[in-house]
Design a protein around this ligand. Sequence first.
Ligand code: PEP
Ligand code: MG
Length: 581
Amino acid sequence: MEIKRGIPVSPGVAIGPALVVDTEGFRIPQRFIDRKQRRDEVQRLREAIKAAALEARDNQDAISAKLGKKYGDIFAAHAVFMQDQTLVGEMEALVKEQDHAAEYAVSRVIRRHAKALESLTDTRFSSRAADLFDIEKSILRHLLGERGELISHLKEPVVVLAHDLTPSETAALDPKMVFAFATESGGRASHTAIMAGVLEIPAVVGLGRFLTDVSGGDEIIVDGNRGVLILNPDEETRKRYEQARQVFGTFATGLTELRDKPALTKDNIRVTLHGNIEFPQEAQHCLERGADGVGLYRTEFLYLNKKTDPTEEEHYEAYGTVVRALGGKPVVIRTLDLGADKFATQVEKSHLERNPFLGLRSVRLCLRNLTLFKTQMRAILRASSLGNVRMMFPMVSTLLELRQCKMILAEVKEDLEEEGISFQRKLPIGTMIEVPSAAIMADEFAREVDFFSIGTNDLVQYTLAADRTNETVAALYNPGDPAVLRLLRMVIDAAQKNNIEVSVCGEMSGEPIYTMLLLGLGLRQLSVTPQNIPEIKKIVRSITIDEAKKVAQEVSRLETARDVNNYLREITRRILPEVVS
Ligand code: PEP
Ligand code: MG
């Protein structure tokens, strides 16, 4: 048994067999076939080898033309190797005589030969082992297809283990087939992590290296509450986690009773709990959890698996679905926040940036591409006539940027008016506060908008200069850091002074340990991943605002993120022992 610790990003406990995905392709599960399939499996193996050999010949021609015959010959040797009758005979024998799946047969035979070569002291031979691994990869790619396709077409439930998963790969996971996932890299507010919450798949990221210690089919436990991964658990641990899974399940079911109760503190102060969504169908998740509305609709997911920009109608259809489903409850539609670790537009794909988190992302990109921006604004405005819509701009760093956004919006409104298309003239406009410059200038910003939504995911990253997706700086990336909390206080105070609404929509607002602090700082509105709504409501209903204020006061005296988090964890554990360890 091996225990690894990482960053919990989506709650729940799961136990199941591993499917290991490495950076280049798939590690091979030790899979067996039915006797009756032997002939078909041999055929599948032969076809894959043939395709891989053809590919090697193509590479030979291309590389010879580009770099010279000497280099092209490497691929010629690959093609010869792949069709070596001894090698192929050994692979086929494993299928025909021992019922091994083709992938496993390829891996076993090639790795055995590669190991033998590696053990030779003469480097002329030992370096050939690398060629064999290349050949293995190439044949496996033909047997297994692209990794994205494979993980999105699973036939049996598994725990997915990977070095990393992109947000689109994660979005393609089927929650019925993936009990949980765990990755070596990634941070607590990466979009892969957010996607895990959306799909409600328990997940742990940022575990550091572990893939070399695990094989496909090994039993795995993922504890998404505490950020623990266990490889090959012993009997006692397994039993303990079976129980933990049940306890968590009962606790989660118990929370559903809160659905129709208001988020009211013990001293009768009403807190508004909104949901964060990425896909239109999630509007339903919000309603099922008793949300008061949608506080953040991330629209960049319209770009998922798309080669071209979405049309106005595609935008409108998505927004219309959400607005109608919410039936009069507010829906905050955020304009495109593309770039960095989110999906790319055609413009971005053609322009590689050295530092994408500080580059042409989000509203900066929209202001450079007015067709894109105006198309989306038209759709949002049109959807505003269907219900209670608000528009919000992300990643605004300066007042000038905000004013430019508002000017463009005014132009779009005029166009619609001229065309006789109906929309809400007084649609509330808000800005995200997620860049330190905007937090510092919050007082000025507050005079120009109807509401603020604090994006702590980015605010933490930019305040502490710690990449939100990078596990090696995960200890620095901390919403409880006193520097971040000072900025939060400034923004909340500015909003109150100017009499505008303020909410937090970063992942911090869905983490139970921060609820009391946020209420104590003066917030009365939070927007969280729908699955976190019941937990947060439970805390709200268990405290008074006076208690929350005392917590905020106590925290303001602490000097490090570690002290803040330890203190908050301690007091929250008393209310929610099931989720706070
Ligand atoms: C944030 O930065 O906190 C936020 C909510 O926006 P996103 O996570 O989409 O960048
Ligand atoms: Mg953000």
